[in-house]
Design a protein around this ligand. Structure first.
Ligand SMILES: C[S@@+](CC[C@H](N)C(=O)[O-])C[C@H]1O[C@@H](n2cnc3c(N)ncnc32)[C@H](O)[C@@H]1O
Length: 228
């Protein structure tokens, strides 16, 4: 999906308000101290998270479905991370069970049709006290943009950005459906975060800062395996 605009997206995500000063601070904050931890960066994109996680002392592996992003992520991490080409709609056969302390899945779960199967796969690879941190579009933001019933669960084809022709297909669904999928996969919500913009966004992107102080574009979760 991202192949057509991989280079443009990578340049955008490196410094954009929504990625650099909103999503990444939120997700990395939820991840906490990663030093010495085995971290799997699922749907790693151009490797912006992977490099940051390495710099924070994590042992990083990961995957993406885009060959261009896999190449970029490998270059960005300079051989320090095991990054593979993989479609997350299929099992992570090379990742042993109980082997990962933290899975990061930033801004990608909405591209997956069978999200419960993917979440179960993450639960399988996580250690019993492991953590999954993920972010996705906030359901109210999708509803305000797309209209119709807030409770609609369906894939939508649109451009990732209103300013660019970046065609994607992503699921809109209400908060109840998002949380039901976690429960079905055997995961508990430890923290639900409606991020606030990083303070420096006010200097660099004042319009985005004003909007994101009014309503959340994304929502993020810290999830842990259920042991009952
Ligand atoms: C918005 S980008 C986020 C990239 C990265 N997580 C970040 O936040 O910088 C979404 C990513 O999901 C990846 N993706 C979408 N569907 C996928 C799938 N089925 N399997 C693996 N990766 C997928 C895309 O290639 C893209 O890299």
């Amino acid at each position: 999906m991202y192949e057509r605009f991989a280079h443009e997206y990578a340049a955008h995500a490196e410094t954009s308000a929504h990625n650099a000063l909103y999503d990444r601070p939120a997700v990395l904050g939820l991840a906490g101290d990663v030093a010495g931890k085995a971290v799997f960066d699922a749907a790693c994109g151009p490797g912006l998270y992977a490099r940051e996680l390495l710099d924070r002392g994590a042992h990083v592996s990961g995957c993406d479905a885009s060959p261009t992003f896999v190449e970029m992520a490998r270059a960005r991490t300079g051989g320090r991370a095991d990054i593979r080409l993989h479609d997350l709609s299929t099992p992570l056969t090379w990742v042993p069970s109980d082997s990962v302390d933290l899975v990061v899945l930033a801004l990608a779960i909405h591209y997956i049709d069978d999200r419960v199967a993917l979440l179960r796969e993450f639960r399988r690879i996580l250690t019993p006290d492991g953590t999954l941190v993920l972010s996705t579009e906030h359901p109210t933001t999708a509803w305000l943009r797309l209209g119709g019933s807030y409770f609609t669960s369906e894939p939508v084809e649109e451009s990732l950005s209103p300013k660019s022709d970046w065609p994607i297909r992503a699921w809109r669904r209400p908060l109840t459906a998002i949380c039901d999928e976690f429960r079905e996969a055997g995961l508990l919500i430890e923290t639900l975060l409606e991020p606030r913009p990083a303070p420096e966004m006010a200097d660099h992107y004042p319009d985005d800062h004003a909007k994101l102080e009014e309503f959340p574009a994304f929502i993020a979760f810290r999830l842990v395996p259920r042991h009952t």
